[in-house]
Design a protein around this ligand. Structure first.
Ligand code: GDP
Length: 415
């Protein structure tokens, strides 16, 4: 697996903004679940318990980590397949070790906001946590079909309350009952979602009656973005056209360097906007190869060990979640450095005990795939090892530990 084509992402949201619905739609559009039944009545208040949903469909929506692929025939824009690991991020209000662990395994995230509720208390918390850990993020304004939906208002609230320079990169077409899709402000194409469950993304020219508004939105978008890029600023000042390529570059730079946050719109529930969001995840969020992580030395906690996503370096991984299931204990692990192979022994850095990784699996929503090896940047589950959440494993004894209690050890960006 090519590291540049891996994305480890989390979806974060205030409760009820649609995190579960969006995750489920992602599984659907990536071909991992084959049927979506509309929840009775739809919309607010018709919520089915997640466990009920899972049982009914025989899938795991809220698994600790689920692997999907995006691109190729599934996408209009991303030509080659990418491997996306969706990691469940607890939406805790407090800064707990569990939140810290889950943020550590992410390379990027999607912050879901409700088009009516906007920035809510938990949105503030998750945003602050992500910022603290330097997790690059995109925002998705969900529930555009609800009465009172207002994307501009949510963007304004993001700027004021999250202190984030939020920039709409799509213009919603209508809102509430009339919400019909969006204009992609980068390509200046109208996006509509047709076919069963909105699977076909139809791109067409902007109709005459929307052109003026779309141009105004695009201009506002470019003006905001040009604050972060001199080349774009010069093009705007001289009234020259700005290429799609340059816009993609500016967005990517901003996302990965804590500049502005690009904002997408849609309705997870009504199947609009999810595929363009997946394109954006692949385009703008970083791959594991762009990240290095600082760990501590086991025998001297003041000393740091820099972990690189290099498959030739000695293996280091962290168990970030333990799940009990009928077949035994599943230990979800992110491989930070080096690689692991089925049947080999690795050392628990806290206890010094060696354990055999006899089975390595990749978790999909509907099946588990047994694999022989996993490399730096990957997220897999190890079956049958006995450990606690937060433990670090390495090829060598006393190599390093990734657990840092409550002291955040920010991820370092490699330019
Ligand atoms: P979570 O708590 O963030 O995981 O939110 P859920 O995905 O469980 O969604 C909460 C409620 O909002 C459920 O009743 C969903 O059916 C509903 N919902 C999710 N997305 C949308 C949407 O795009 N539009 C509308 N109207 N309702 C939605």
């Amino acid at each position: 697996m090519e590291l540049a084509k891996v994305r480890n992402i989390g979806i974060s949201a205030h409760i009820d903004s649609g995190k579960t619905t969006l995750s489920e739609r992602i599984l659907f559009y990536t071909g991992r679940i084959h049927k979506i039944e509309e929840v009775k009545g739809g919309g607010d208040g018709a919520k089915m318990d997640h466990m009920e949903l899972e049982q009914e469909r025989g899938i795991t929506i809220t698994s600790a980590a689920t692997s999907v692929s995006w691109g190729g025939v599934l996408s209009n824009h991303i030509k080659e397949p990418y491997h996306v690991n969706l990691i469940d991020t607890p939406g805790h209000v407090d800064f707990t070790i569990e939140v810290e662990r889950s943020l550590r395994v992410l390379d990027g995230a999607v912050l879901v906001l409700c088009a009516v509720g906007g920035v809510q208390s938990q949105s503030l918390t998750v945003d602050r946590q992500m910022r603290r850990y330097n997790v690059p993020r995109l925002a998705f304004i969900n529930k555009m079909d609800r009465t009172g939906a207002d994307a501009d208002k949510v963007v304004k609230a993001m700027r004021e309350k999250l202190n984030t320079d939020a920039v709409l990169v799509q213009m919603p077409i209508g809102a509430g009952e009339t919400f019909a899709g969006m204009i992609d402000l980068v390509t200046m194409k109208k996006l509509e979602f047709q076919g069963d469950q909105g699977t076909d993304v139809i791109e067409s020219e902007i109709p005459a009656d929307l052109l003026e508004e779309a141009e105004a939105y695009r201009h506002a978008m470019l003006e905001s973005m040009s604050m972060y890029n001199d080349e774009m600023m010069e093009l705007l000042l001289s009234e020259e056209p700005v290429s799609e390529e340059l816009i993609h570059k500016v967005i990517k730079d901003a996302v990965q360097n804590q500049g502005f946050t690009p904002v997408f719109v849609g309705t997870a529930f009504k199947n609009k906007g999810v595929q363009p969001l997946l394109d954006a995840v692949v385009r703008y969020l970083p791959s594991p190869e762009q990240r290095e992580i600082k760990a501590r030395k086991v025998d001297d906690e003041t000393q740091r060990v820099l972990l690189k996503p290099d498959t030739e370096a000695p293996f280091v991984g962290m168990a970030f979640k333990i799940v009990e299931d009928p077949y035994g204990q599943l230990t979800f692990m992110r491989v930070y450095q080096g690689k692991i192979a089925k049947g080999e022994m690795y050392t628990n850095q806290r206890t010094g005990r060696k354990e055999r990784f006899s089975r390595i699996v990749r978790m999909h929503s509907d099946e588990r795939e047994e694999i022989d090896t996993a490399e730096a940047g990957d997220i897999v589950a190890i079956m049958g090892i006995d450990c606690a959440s937060g433990e670090t494993y390495a090829a060598e004894r006393d190599y390093c530990t990734l657990e840092s209690m409550f002291v955040p050890e920010p991820v370092i960006k490699v330019s």
